[in-house]
Design a protein around this ligand. Sequence first.
Ligand code: BG6
Length: 476
Amino acid sequence: MLVFGGTGDLALHKLLPALYHLHRERRLPADLRILALARSALSREAYQALAERHCRAQVARADFAVDTWQSFAERLDYFAMDAAQSAEFGRLAQHLGGACTRARIYYLATAPQLFAPIAANLAIAGLAGADTRIVLEKPIGHSLQSALAITEAIGKVFDESQVFRIDHYLGKETVQNLMALRFANALFEPVWRAGHIDHVQISVLETLGVENRGGYYDQAGAMRDMLQNHLLQLLCLVAMEAPVRFDAEAVRNEKVKILQALKPLAGLDVRDKTVRGQYSSGHIGGQEVPAYYFEKNVDNDSDTETFVAVQAEIDNWRWAGVPFYLRTGKRLQRKCSEIVIQFKPVPHSLFPGAPEQANRLLIRLQPEERISLQLLAKTPGKGMALEPVELDLNLATAFSRQRRWEAYERLLLDVIEGDPTLFMRKDEVEAAWRWVSPILDGWHHHYQKPRPYPAGSAGPEQARSLLELQGRHWHG
Ligand code: BG6
């Protein structure tokens, strides 16, 4: 496995710790070697020390053992090269010992601008044989045009079956549980439709800011970094029809139909159904944090959004008229990723004054993994006072003996084993961009600047009113 971007945040914080866990649990093929590639002139030992420092920080103390690390480090090597320079690939080929004789995975943990040149250069250097796979990290492209260009360039070198487009949200346990919940239980299917569902909320809220990734993030923003991929993938899993089989093509065929059925947002809809925000200074966990435009590598007059909320609709029989409210943002008051399915109230209430916050299915991805059905029940004693109660499926306690896998562990193993079910197919990426691009264009043409919101708050006021004007409220 060759990891381009080997000294970057993704490789050090996510990929190597995930590979370490897989190694520790003896899930990796015995002969798997990992070659990290980046520009810094580092020796193998220096890279191993860097990797060890990060793995120690990321892996739970009980799971980190020096001898396990040492055996893992034997798999780990480093090669200094500039992946933007085609001449360097000849050197790489030499280092690898010429043409490909073993199965090889190229993991591109780099900026998307490098995807096409790296693929082309691998081909020129004779490193892109039939027994290779390429893994692309989201965001794939910066716009519909650039995404199509990447797809075309990758397609010239690799067959679609060799391409693994990663969206780590699909590797999260609860996200896969959503499929189990929907398609392994008969209970939900009859009510999983417009006639019974009032609306759906998908929220991915973070307390972190942009950390060391200001340079990347300032070019991307919340729409490209999160909504175009993670949130739309969650939306697909909530909304798709039952696939005929649980395999890569059947699942992806159903997901792409949802993306293609998203009602386009353009013109005034962009103004009325989307909200952009950017955090100003504030307090999180008692600590003062700076405004976004003071973050490292961010433009002082940046108008990149760090928060976005969108009201989406799916134009098909099952979902016509049901709003899907999506929101995501950085530096918010709490970290929480959840999906809320709000069912319609009973058609005629026998119990006036019954609280509103029931008839709701809550699927929580983070911080805890939980699925709960919020129902109304009578409080004990005289009278018919009702209160919401929860039918709670706490996945962490239900399966307390198993260690919870990180999303990247599962996805890396899938790449190694060649199972693309949890990866995005090229038509999914394209359909997602087709829906997102007009929104980005609309913001640009109408100078829709991000609304400021204090760090540590719930986001811009306008996100609240997006729902309140329709008599609804964000959950939590
Ligand atoms: C990444 C984004 O894909 O997902 C980050 O680039 C974001 O900006 C992260 O912080 C969130 O992932 P998770 O798994 O912590 O919810």
